[in-house]
Design a protein around this ligand. Structure first.
Ligand code: PLP
Length: 382
């Protein structure tokens, strides 16, 4: 069967060029970067070159990039570290964050941090009037605001400059989970009012199990993992050298032809939207499906006609890989806290289609034809 993959917000395939860049660090260059001999110096140079590449692409200082095991670790470092090290007593976040932020927030609340759950608009965007009310009420003192750049389930995007501007005005710290947007939008961190952000390489054709935390110079977090002095004492443990090299290569490739990739993927999202409306009666879109939203994600609501419950499984049987919510709940049509928060009473099935630069219009058309068959809008072939 010809399987098609439209679940790129969960993870993306490794780019062949990334694999090629990583290979020497899996085969020949195995030295421990902390060692002073030539084997170690070779891998140390690779790690530091990767850091410079990432920093150059994001317009920040290399010392502001701390390599981690991915987005989850970076998010956890910020939330827990801000409370532990930076005197944060109030955390302002939203009910539609990824679990990598939401669950540490609940755990912190359990241990005495005052967590303020920001109201969100109908499309999942944070209510900035409410944010300003909360910042005023707390006087911005001892406050961390953590709001994701783009929602992994519904694609709604938040204006980092608007949120960061308010945080600066009231003296609050600002963290954004940029896992879905890193490698997909350009960042100019020197000129963005933000203190922390999180990245996972596998969302833009890099390897899994590697990412980074951006921490603005002087922000003052302390390490979460203690041990050796790796990552300038910010994250102990022998480095994932091949992963770090792969991350930097994936970022280079992503930003080299970014506008071309954006136009291609946006075209596929628009095509799917149009074709679904034409072919499947009663479809709707979750969050903000418009031009300002994350161009890699289209979250679709299907009518409650009895077919919805098995939709994810039926698509898989037909060779179409998509997601019913975030990666954490993939394989299950239940349990999306994001859709639950935005559409608490609504029946029907939700499917997230997500694209990459390798996705094609033919795949979109194939997915639509499979959906038509599932909804029995065309007769089954004998
Ligand atoms: C918005 C967001 N944050 C954090 C993560 C966690 O990233 P990782 O699984 O690489 O740690 C994901 C991955 O699904 C995500 O989409």
């Amino acid at each position: 069967m010809n399987r098609i993959y439209l679940d790129n917000a969960a993870t993306t395939p490794l780019a062949p060029e990334v694999f090629d860049a990583m290979l020497p660090y899996l085969k020949e260059h195995f030295g421990n970067p902390s060692a002073i001999h030539a084997f170690g110096r070779k891998t140390r140079a690779a790690v530091e070159q990767a850091r410079r590449t990432v920093a150059g692409l994001l317009n920040c200082a290399p010392g502001e990039i701390i390599f981690t095991s991915g987005g989850t670790e970076a998010d956890n470092m910020v939330l827990n570290g801000a409370v532990r090290d930076l005197g944060v007593k109030h955390l302002i976040t939203s009910p539609v964050e990824h679990h990598a932020v939401e669950l540490p927030a609940h755990a912190l609340a359990h241990h005495g941090t005052q967590v303020h759950w920001l109201r969100v608009e109908a499309d999942g965007r944070p209510d900035l009037t409410h944010l300003e009310e909360l910042l005023k009420a707390t006087n911005g003192q001892g406050v961390l605001v953590s709001l994701m750049h783009a929602n992994n389930e519904i694609g709604t995007r938040t204006d980092l400059h608007a949120v960061g501007g308010l945080c600066r005005q009231y003296g609050a710290l600002f963290h954004s989970d940029t896992v879905q947007t890193m490698g997909h939008y350009r960042f100019d961190l020197e000129n963005t009012p933000i203190d922390f952000l999180a990245c996972a390489a596998h969302k833009f054709h890099g390897p899994k199990g590697v990412g980074f935390l951006y921490m603005r110079s002087g922000a003052g977090l302390k390490p979460m993992i203690l041990g050796g002095s790796q990552e300038r004492n910010m994250r102990a443990g022998t480095e994932n050298i091949a992963g770090i090299v792969g991350l930097a290569k994936a970022m280079e490739l992503a930003y080299h032809d970014l506008e071309q990739h954006q136009a291609h993927i946006q075209g596929l999202k628009d095509l799917l939207k149009k074709r679904l409306v034409e072919e499947i009666p009663g479809v709707g879109f979750n969050g903000d499906p418009g031009p300002g939203s994350l161009y890699t994600v289209l979250s679709v609501h299907f009518p409650d006609d009895g077919k919805g419950e098995m939709l994810l499984y039926n698509l898989d049987i037909e060779g179409v890989a998509v997601s019913g919510g975030s990666a954490c709940s993939s394989g299950s049509n239940t349990g999306s806290h994001v859709l639950g928060a935005l559409y608490p009473e609504r029946l029907g099935a939700n499917i997230r289609f997500s694209f990459s630069r390798y996705s094609t219009a033919a795949e979109v058309e194939h997915a639509v034809s499979v959906l038509k068959r599932i909804f029995q809008l065309v007769p089954h072939k004998a």
